[in-house]
Structures are given as C-alpha cells and as structure tokens.
Write a protein of this length. Structure first.
Length: 559
C-alpha cells in the first residue's frame, strides 16, 4: 500500500465519519412495529396530541392491572398551545415557567449555561413555547371519569416561586377538582443544585365511586434546529431506552413514518440535542407503554403511559415520575437511570470514547484547563502508540530511501502494471522492506483518534470553556483562524516528511489537501482543531526523530 494513500485515508476519515452519522440518521433501522391497538371504546373522544395507543394500549404485554380507560377529554387541537397563567419557578440552576393549562413545563432556562460566551448574562433556553423550535414537557391523567389531562386548568397559590437561601427544597402545588369531588394536586419538587425534579399526582377521591385512571408523560417538539453547523452533524431527536433493546434513536422521520408502540419495564424517554437532554424517568420497576406520534403541523410527540390504578371512595394515591432538563453531564446522568449517560452520543465507538473522556476529565481535575487537558491526552495517546508509530515511521523512512529506485521502475515499465508490480516486490524483498509496514500500525490507531474526536465534539464540559489568549471558547471556531492555519501548516510539513508520490496526479492531490482541510477546519470548534494541531505537531516531531535515527543507522552501516 502506498503511504501517500494512507495519509489521504487518515485525512478523509473524519469526512467519512460525518457521512456515516448522516446516513445513520436517515437510514438506520426503524423501531419495531406493534400490532394495531384496539379501537377506542364507543363514546370516547381521542386526544389529537396523545396517540390512540396511549389511550388504549394492546392487552399484550401490558401489566395485568392495565385496563383501557373508557373516556378522554375533548380534543383542543394542535394549531396553538393554549396558555393560562404563567408560574415562574427559580432555583439556583433553573429558571422555569409552568402554565396553569395542564400544569405544563413550557419554558426552561439553564442559568449556569449562557447562550454564548460573549453573552454570559443570557441563559440558554432548552424548553420554549414562544419561538422555534417549540419544545414543551407535558403530563396528564386519563380516566373513565373526569381527570386532568394537559389541557385541563389548574389553580396555583402564587405566580412566583423561588428557592430561598439556606433551603434545599422547593415545592409548587397545582390543584384541580372535578364536579364529582375528585381532587388532584400536581406537585413539582425541586432540589438545590439539581436539574432533575419530581412530578407527583396526589389523587384524593372524595366521590362515592371508585376512580380509575393512568398517568402519561410526553415531550412535544417541533423539528426546527437552531444554531446548528453545516460542517458538523450532531443528532437532534428522540431516544428511548429499555433493558432489552438498550439505547435507540427514534428520529423525527421515524415518528413520521410509523408510530412507536411498545411496553417497556423501566427505561426512559428523551429528546436530545447537542450538549443537552430532556428526559422522563419512570420508576424502574414500572411497566409503561412507550408511544410516539407525528402531528400534522410538524410537531412530534414521544412519551409513555403507566398502568391503571384504582382509588377507592375516600382514599388517596400518588403517581410519581421524574424529569431531567439540563446538560449531558455523564457522571450525573449515569446515577439517575440506567443508560441515561448514553445520551452523550459517541456513536459506534462509545466503548473507546468513554475511557478517553474519563481520562480527559481526570487530567482536567489536575490542570484546571480543558485546552491543556486535550493536549496532554493527545500526548498520552501518542506515547501509548509510540511503538506502532515507530514501526510505521521506520517503514516510511526506508520507503523514502528507495524512492529513486521506485521512480526508475515506474519509468522503465510504464503502463505494464503487472511487470511493474513484480519489479517493485522484488525490490522490497531484496531491501527487506515491508511495503505495508507503514500502513497497518497507523490503521490500528484510527478508531482511537475518531473516538477522541467524538469526545471533544459531544462533551458539554468543553462548551464555552476557555483555553488561552484569544481562544475563549473551545466549542466555537477560532475567531482569528490561527489554529486552522497552524493545522494546515503542520499537515503540509507532514507531507514533506513522507516519500513523494511518483504519480503526478496523486502528487497534486496531496499538495492540495492541506489547503482544502485548512478551509474545512476553519469552521470547526477550536477544541477539535487544537487536538489536530497537537497531534500533527507530535507526529512531525516523532517522525523527524525516528527518520534521523534510521538515516544515522544506515550511515553507520556503510562506514
């Protein structure tokens, strides 16, 4: 294998990775369909934004106590989200807005995560019903009798709740009462320093008849993306988790093509985007019916509905669930629910990427700077693979030494490919050089470097992290394009250290690559470009050192 072709392979591996991820988004296997749900019982009215499967899931394999409700509230449509009184909720990390219609969570701002490094006073908005993309978290109850779904009107005691200094818990009760005497209190419970909180339904049956119903939780979102990069693909859409199927993406196209319908014990549902996640986390012993639906106005719904419970006259029961809205911080997510840390989507190289991130975080704890942490991790990887790289660079040095003879063979045999290949193999055998020696050691390293690429791209810890001098945000492009220019320069120097290709066309392509990739990397996050600059610089140093050793050894052998 020609070493120049290997360099081209390494340079293009990043592009291939991005194309693969885009292909996964469009053509990955669809979620398994399920048998059609039975028709809703006569006299019912289906909610347009709660799928029919959620109103009456299949009898198999739902839990024994799960029976279908016989009625549902009147559909209020999806053209707009109706709004009542807004309730402001402020904790030390969250700034939220609840609505008395449904008790929905309509807006969520992350106080510790500014929208950009140059606007630290403006928090990032992850949930919002006032501008694209629409994204809200909804819950409700479904029953054969009156029950508050996410269109019902609740009553709040006040319109502003704030976590007081010295307090660790904040509760917001919203109340709804039916004409029959069933009182439901929807209660949010927040804790200091946490992005997850509880949502409870306290059901008090003061009527003369048993009350039977179930709880549903869903995320409703439009498909618009805000602030994405044309050069870097990251997944935005739905995901679910189950012990059987593990982590599954349920994209907006999946929801449009086919409704999800599956009974799952434990697990969770979520909508993810770059750096952030919003997820409903049920009791891990509870079996829920997971569903999705695409609405006619480009809104997508992903949620779950619990088994029925019965509340006897004069009795009360509580239905609980947990919600997370915040950054994809791995060590926090993995303690909330099994597999939730996988929303930090490293793709098919997760098994390599997770240890790399662990190492990166440990180094950051010591040096306190993510930029230097990237440089040190890159150095450690180069040291781990030193012997492999040494074999590769020795092979390249020997190939460079033979380059004049290779050119002579090519000129002698011209278009006779077979004779030329035979002559080259005889030359390699005579000189005791393996032409593949420079390729295979470097190919082994490719998965590691691609995994590190995803670590740097997906880790929220690097979002708006400063490095030094003009690099104040490692997740944004270099404002002065210094790093991309350095990357292009180091790539050019690397080429000069390799044997020049005898093929003139290939030589021109190789010469153009540094300029092409400099333009390409000009729009990449500075953290990623920093990694490539450090990696290239270390590779140049290592290759120069090893090449000099080979040349000195040859000179000593001749003398």
């Amino acid at each position: 294998m020609d070493n120049q072709r290997l360099i081209l392979l390494l340079a293009l591996s990043l592009v291939v990775l991005l194309l693969w991820e885009a292909w996964q988004q469009d053509f990955a296997p669809q979620p398994q369909p399920v048998a059609s749900a039975p028709a809703v019982a006569p006299g019912t009215t289906e909610l347009a934004d709660v799928p029919a499967q959620a109103l009456q899931p299949p009898t198999v394999p739902t839990p024994p106590d799960a029976s279908a409700p016989t009625t549902a509230p009147t559909d209020l449509g999806l053209a707009t989200l109706k709004s009542g009184t807004r309730i402001r909720v402020k904790t030390d990390v969250l700034d939220l807005e609840l609505d008395t219609i449904g008790g929905d969570l309509r807006q969520a701002k992350l106080r510790a995560y500014p929208v950009s490094a140059d606007k630290p006073e403006i928090p990032f908005v992850i949930l919002n019903d006032k501008q694209p993309p629409l994204f809200v978290a909804q819950t409700g109850l479904l029953s054969s009798r009156d029950a508050p779904d996410h269109h019902a009107t609740f009553v709040a005691e006040q319109d502003l709740y704030e976590l007081a200094p010295g307090k660790d818990t904040l509760q917001i009760p919203l109340q709804w009462t039916s004409p029959e005497g069933v009182t439901v209190t929807k209660r949010y419970t927040f804790k200091r320093g946490q992005y997850d909180f509880k949502v409870d339904y306290l059901i008090e049956n003061n009527s003369a008849e048993p009350w039977q119903g179930r709880q549903y939780r869903q995320l409703q979102r439009s498909s618009q993306e805000v602030g994405g990069s044309a050069f870097i693909y990251t997944y935005t859409g739905g995901v679910i988790y189950s012990e059987e199927e593990k982590y599954e993406k349920i994209s907006f196209d999946d929801m449009k093509d086919e409704d999800l319908g599956r009974s799952i014990t434990g697990g969770w549902t979520a909508m993810i985007q770059h750096y952030f996640v919003s997820a409903w986390l049920p009791d891990q012993q509870e079996t829920n019916y997971f569903y999705s639906k695409a609405a006619g106005d480009e809104r997508y719904i992903l949620g779950m509905v619990s088994p029925d419970i019965t509340v006897a006259p004069g009795a009360n029961k509580t239905l609980s669930t947990q919600f997370y809205v915040g950054p994809k911080t791995q060590h926090v997510l993995e303690n909330l629910a099994p597999g939730l840390e996988l929303t930090v989507d490293y793709g098919f190289l997760t098994v390599i990427a997770k240890p790399l991130f662990w190492l990166l975080r440990k180094i950051h704890e010591f040096v306190g700077n993510w930029g230097w942490s990237i440089a040190i991790v890159t150095l450690i990887i180069k040291l781990v693979f030193y012997k492999l790289s040494e074999a590769s660079y020795k092979s390249m040095a020997n190939m460079r030494r033979l380059q004049p003879k290779v050119v002579t063979i090519r000129e002698r045999y011209g278009d006779d490919r077979q004779r030329m290949s035979q002559a080259m193999m005889e030359l390699y055998k005579k000189e005791k050089i393996n032409p593949f020696g420079g390729c295979l050691p470097m190919l082994v390293q490719i998965p590691v470097f691609i995994a590190l690429y995803w670590v740097l791209l997906e880790s929220v810890e690097l979002r708006q992290a400063p490095f030094m001098l003009w690099i104040t945000d490692l997740s944004s492009k270099d404002p002065y394009y210094v790093l991309p220019l350095l990357m292009g320069a180091t790539m050019f120097i690397q080429q000069k250290l390799h044997p020049p290709p005898p093929d003139p066309v290939q030589a021109k392509v190789m010469m153009a690559l540094p300029f092409v990739f400099t333009l390409f990397f000009a729009f990449f996050p500075a953290g990623l470009v920093l990694y490539w600059v450090v990696n290239n610089t270390l590779s140049i140093t290592q290759q120069w050192y090893i090449t000099r050793r080979v040349e000195k050894a040859l000179e000593a052998a001749k003398s």
